[in-house]
Design a protein around this ligand. Structure first.
Ligand SMILES: [Zn+2]
Length: 463
């Protein structure tokens, strides 16, 4: 990593969106062949107010930047300072995105090699969970005299880099750096400027042959990085290197949920040749049982035809009838339930569980059916399929701070009705797509989403 010209850089900004927020401070440390060559920093007049939240984080106020030069005034000198050097930043997508946007506004095309210290930390310390700057400072005993100011944070990155060179074999660092900087070898059929056109945003992509056969569908939180990685990895499957790929299509999303939903839709619609098990979650089975309303033993049911708005009688979600019954057998053994009463064995008793001294004897009249039912209810309770947790349809809002894109997904009773960029289209979707079919894959995606505890303002009640 140290055998090149590096510029460790950090920015402070008026907010998180490169599209309309602006830079308020730039700090950088220049290093060449491992030698510290100098530092530079400047406040920048963003020509717009700084939010109070950001102000309290960085300590940079409107008054402080009022007399500072604008980015346009600094651009030419800064551009020359950065020219030919590898940009190193923490969560580099953010800093690079801002710099690129600011340079673009003054007509300069900034396209450096970029190294991200979050990715570097992740690949060098894979067992660690946290890689934010505060975690790196704490973990490696670094210090920072002025957190959230540009130059101080840029210095931390240089310290971190020196630290890893003492801590880790040079060959390992070289490999991690090379992995990030590797230039893709694009198949001849693809446009040479593909890398420039791919957005650094979440989304899905598909590879096509000349004859419009879909080779592969993938998803990523960073389309650019992921699509290009297919052409620079060492372990790529043969088809990825093949000259067969004539076209790449992609669809950017505003967030993770939009990416997952698109991925599901594309897999279903395009049926790609090289995806592993594209139909893996086509089926969804549940155990139907209720202590009062029956049936008397849990029965595996295919959920394809069921209305999942009221689901209190359904338990679990399984990929097949067999996995549903296996799960039921396991639950019966764990809770001392009767194999016959649980429906995994036909009568008459005694059941296999009783012979193994697990069943408490409902099958031989030693436990009452009611007592057995009560215990079954407890055993199955954790598996109960959740009722739709809202009184009607909702919109789920997602926003990508880097591209500034917002998207709202309209969902109702575990079904995805459609997505829109603007609130005004939501009622249209509600009316025209109200009868969208239930899809097991979408169900799984939504359950996962609700587990992550949506933030305030993400959910819009529509019904
Ligand atoms: Zn039994």
């Amino acid at each position: 990593m140290l055998d090149r010209a590096l510029v460790f850089l950090d920015l402070e900004t008026t907010g998180a969106t490169a599209h309309f927020d602006r830079i308020t401070e730039i700090g950088l440390v220049e290093v060449d062949q491992g030698r510290h060559m100098g530092e530079w920093s400047s406040l920048v007049n963003p020509e717009r107010p700084i939010s109070s939240m950001i102000e309290s984080l960085t300590g940079i106020t409107d008054a402080m930047v009022a007399q500072a030069p604008t980015f346009a005034e600094l651009a030419r000198d800064l551009f020359e300072r950065l020219a030919g050097k590898t940009l190193v930043a923490h969560n580099a997508r953010f800093d690079f995105g801002f710099l690129r946007s600011e340079f673009r506004r003054v007509g300069l095309k900034y396209a450096p090699d970029v190294l991200c210290t979050v990715r570097l930390s992740r690949s060098l310390y894979p067992h660690e969970r946290r890689h934010n700057l505060d975690s790196l400072i704490e973990r490696h005993g670094l210090s920072c005299d002025n957190r959230h100011r540009a130059l101080a944070d840029a210095r931390v990155l240089w310290d971190f880099t020196q630290h890893i060179h003492r801590d880790i074999e040079a060959a390992e660092i070289r490999k991690a750096v090379a992995d990030q900087l590797k230039k893709p070898q694009l198949p001849p059929g693809l446009p040479a400027d593909l890398a420039d056109r791919l957005p650094e945003s979440p989304g899905v992509y598909a590879f096509y042959t000349q004859d419009n056969v879909v080779l592969h569908v993938g998803k990523s939180t960073n389309l650019r990085v992921r699509v290009l990685s297919h052409f620079n990895g060492d372990k790529r499957p043969a088809w990825r290197a093949s000259a067969e790929i004539a076209r790449v299509e992609w669809d950017a999303a505003a967030g993770d949920l939009g990416m997952q939903i698109r991925h599901r839709r594309w897999l279903k619609r395009l049926q790609p040749l090289h995806n592993s098990k594209p139909r893996q979650d086509e089926e969804l089975w549940a155990l139907q049982w209720d202590a009062v309303d029956g049936p008397s033993i849990p029965v595996p049911v295919d959920t394809a035809g069921l209305d999942l708005s009221g689901t209190a009688r359904l338990h679990g979600m399984f990929r097949s009838k067999r996995t549903a019954l296996n799960a039921l057998r396991k639950i019966a053994d764990e809770h001392g339930l009767c194999h016959i009463g649980a429906g995994v064995q036909k009568g008459p008793g005694p059941c296999l569980g009783y012979q193994l001294k697990r069943c408490r004897g409902m099958c031989v009249g030693r436990e009452s059916a009611i007592a057995h039912s009560m215990r079954m209810m407890q055993a199955l309770h954790a598996l109960r399929v959740r009722d739709w947790p809202h009184s009607g349809p909702i919109g789920i809002r997602e926003h990508d701070p880097i591209t500034g894109r917002t998207e709202i997904h309209v969902v109702d009773r575990w079904r995805h009705l459609g997505s829109a960029d603007a609130d005004t289209d939501l009622q249209d979707i509600l009316q025209s797509r109200a009868d969208a079919p239930f899809d097991a894959g979408i169900y799984r995606i939504l359950v996962q989403y609700f587990k992550s505890k949506p933030r305030d303002g993400e959910i819009i009640v529509l019904g």
